[in-house]
Design a binder for this molecule. Structure first.
Ligand code: XBP
Ligand code: MG
Length: 253
């Protein structure tokens, strides 16, 4: 096994609980602004998360949950415009600073920076959303801490396809053995696993029942010294929160 050279972070659900409190309300605001009476409540949104990508999710909703809706002639642009509006609302919500990073995220990233560990963001979400989250949580220059921001439509096949991880590794001139991924969902894990990456999972309310068999470690959160994680699967080797030392051990195991 090679030495660990890079940490690859998913965003939504992993860095912050953006799905329930960020994306979902932003979709609803866009629907309202467009004069649509659609409302994605928390339970429905959980079902819609089966499909990644906001534009893809809107289409899935109309195909499976709102089949009576009469689609406008220019359906593609209708979905595109609705999604652009959703991105505006989402980035506004981030600017209001309402979505904090999850426990341990800021500390682990700081530790990685201090040790010169390479980092990338690997996500399905729109690039503007990544910028808005990072800038409003980690600070104005935090995007530059990540060597690659692999996001949105960069690859046509979104997670669970492995393409976005493969693309990020290529950009960094690394192989899957050199890196480790951090994910929160089944679709994200399928993507990192498909790219042959070892993966550490931090679950959330939407993903706690997902199947993560094959992941190296499944935790409820990264945690802190005073906010220990719960180990759901795997061996945390006596650690009580996810620090870089444990990440290295998991990678080497
Ligand atoms: C993230 C997603 C995205 C966001 C919405 O998945 O599924 O679709 O919910 O983002 P992952 P956009 O965490 O696995 O990357 O609306 O910008 O597409
Ligand atoms: Mg995710």
């Amino acid at each position: 096994m090679t030495t660990l050279q890079a940490l690859l972070f998913d965003v939504d659900g992993t860095l912050a609980d953006t799905e329930r409190d960020g994306h979902r309300p932003a979709f609803n605001m866009a629907f309202q602004a467009a004069g649509l009476d659609w409302n994605w409540d928390e339970a429905l949104y959980g079902e819609l998360l089966a499909v990644t990508g906001g534009k893809e999710r809107i289409r899935y909703y109309l195909e499976k949950f709102n089949t009576d809706f009469i689609r406008p002639d220019d359906y593609d642009n209708f979905v595109k415009d609705l999604h652009l509006s959703k991105t505006d609302f989402y980035t506004q919500l981030m600017q209001e600073g309402k979505i904090p990073l999850r426990s341990g995220v800021e500390r682990l990233i700081a530790e990685a920076r201090a040790e010169g560990m390479r980092m990338a963001v690997v996500t399905t979400t729109t690039p503007a959303n990544v910028t808005a989250l990072l800038v409003n949580t980690l600070g104005p220059d935090s995007e530059s801490w990540f060597e690659v921001i692999a996001a949105g439509d960069i690859v046509p096949a979104k997670k669970p396809a492995p393409d976005i991880y493969i693309w990020a590794l290529e950009q960094m001139n690394l192989t899957a053995d050199d890196a480790i991924a951090f994910e929160d969902s089944f679709n994200g894990f399928k993507s990192s696993q498909g790219a042959n990456l070892k993966t550490i999972i931090t679950i959330n309310e939407y993903t706690k029942e997902d199947d993560f068999s094959g992941a190296e470690l499944v935790l409820n959160q990264m945690g802190e010294a005073n906010d220990a994680f719960i180990v759901l699967d795997g061996d945390a080797q006596g650690h009580t929160y996810l620090d870089l030392a444990l990440v290295r051990k998991i990678h080497a195991a």
